[in-house]
Design a protein around this ligand. Sequence first.
Ligand code: S3P
Length: 446
Amino acid sequence: MNLLVLPATRPLRGDVTLPGDKSLSHRAALFAALTHGESRVANFLDAGVTRPLLVALRGLGVPWRWEGNTLTLSGKGWRGLPRPATPPTLDCGHSATTMRLLAGMLAAAGLPAVLDGSPGLRRRPMRRVTHPLRLMGVPIADTDGHAPLTLQARPPTQPLHGLTYTLPVASAQVKTALLLAALAAPQPTTLTEPGPSRDHTERLFQAMGLPLTQPAPHTVRLTPPLPPTLPPLRLTLPGDISSAAFLLTAGLLVPGSRLTLRRVLLNPTRTGFLDALRRMGARLTVTPRGATYHEPYGDITVEHTPDLHGITVRGDLVVRMVDEFPAFAVLAAAARGETRVQDAAELRHKESDRIAAIVTRLRALGVDASAQADGFRIRGGRGWHGQVLDAAGDHRIAMAFAVAGLAAQSPLTVRGAEIIDQSFPTFAATLRALGAAVETTGEAQP
Ligand code: S3P
């Protein structure tokens, strides 16, 4: 499927409520399965990245159903999951979060399984999660550092070991997998990261009554004993700030635009993109509205800003906006002067090598951009013509360059745009509702 995007001829205007945050959706479904009773999670993200997790949970004996956009799921606790006669193969699709978090949950439950996924997911690094899990006593094997992952059954009488461990790269997925496994260890587990990865697991664990503390910056500790049962979840998920990034970019780039995004997740470990926008001179207002399960949310308004300027992004800010670089790069291409991104080698291990994917596509548009080992440099402000660009099998590359099409001087086509369904199935419809000319053409690739 292709997305044909015409240069915007009128302002984008309107109010948008976004689908629930992807990271919170993954955690809400998985953690609900660990509780006892019926959880209800409203505004749950129904998308390519969450469906494999839901299918896997059903395969593990956890029933759920949809009521509109509310996911209702009946948990039995991780000790209550049935033991399968033969290890199931759980297909994680394109979702590394599904694979890494399921590995942690299965480790806690002591259940056997094979975790596999798409060719793209098989390229993602998995030793970062299997190695520390093995240190905890989890019988898990990877395939040369990648999926498929194979978990052996562990007798319920055999606990795991608590772990004191420093993660080589900041990763909320790895941290979460290890904290899930730590539920089955009688000793404390203490994890330290080199940077502030998203802390949704910590906030949800604390809200659920689990004994989790943050004894030092970028350090979390789970200290048993645990409560015998956990209460089911009842919450409405805030909108995904990472999906918001594409609409904010569109609003900033299209002349005369003014957009308000309602009830967006504003967790400070996720708002690096908003900080970067402010530093670029964006006309942006953030209005906090409340919090649910310790997760703050609020409304974000942007207005077209013709005089954005380039900035340097490095260090902790990279971690706090790790999924937003495709959108950020398009803004940087429109901003006057030079933008530099450093300390971002981790971008090479996302759904695509995002450093290469961003730079090659910007250059195809005629933008002055170059790649470094740990980031990229863009000299912006001179405009660009449309092109036919491939999505690189990466939902965020597809959406970022679709937005670039709104600000181009001629039509732009994104090929392989069905990948957008991974995280933001209503992306094209939302842009159209705001006034953009975006057309879907061609068949989905098998
Ligand atoms: C996620 C963590 C991040 C992020 C991903 C979702 C999560 O990955 O890029 O989209 O939900 O924990 P890392 O754990 O690799 O940093």
